[in-house]
Design a protein around this ligand. Structure first.
Ligand code: 5GP
Ligand code: ZN
Length: 114
């Protein structure tokens, strides 16, 4: 996807603070953090939102969650916890239409979100 911001980050055409990378998944720091830890977990493959997720993406979607689990443990967040959020569509506040999971931690968070 030529003009997708996160595809450009995947291709290293736009800089980002990368925290984790494997063949299919990239994790980088959010440029406008909403918590002391605010990461974005994305598939390298361009999928606009959860609405476009296909059966073939089952492993990919599962591996994104397992990446969050691994990072939480590596960062010592098992006790304090973290939040994993995927916004989908207008009412959720999704702004970037390349599917991404916000990983938030390092402060107590309210529920429900605004
Ligand atoms: P959304 O509202 O779509 O769920 O979240 C998009 C997120 O992407 C926001 O938290 C925003 O701060 C982050 N973001 C937008 N542009 C950039 C960028 O160029 N680099 C990084 N690292 N994060 C970005
Ligand atoms: Zn993209």
């Amino acid at each position: 996807m030529e003009d997708c911001l996160f595809c450009k980050i995947v291709k290293k055409e736009i800089p980002a603070q990368i925290v984790s990378e494997d063949e299919n998944i990239l994790v980088f720091k959010d440029v406008n953090p909403q918590a002391p830890v605010h990461l974005l977990l994305i598939p390298k493959k361009h999928i606009p939102s959860l609405l476009e997720l296909q059966e073939d993406d089952r492993d990919l979607a599962g591996n994104i969650q397992l990446t969050a689990t691994r990072l939480a443990k590596e960062m010592g967040l098992a006790e304090s916890g973290f939040r994993l959020v995927c916004n989908c569509g207008r009412d959720s506040g999704q702004l970037v239409y390349h599917i991404h999971y916000h990983f938030l931690a390092g402060r107590a968070m309210k529920w429900p979100p605004g």
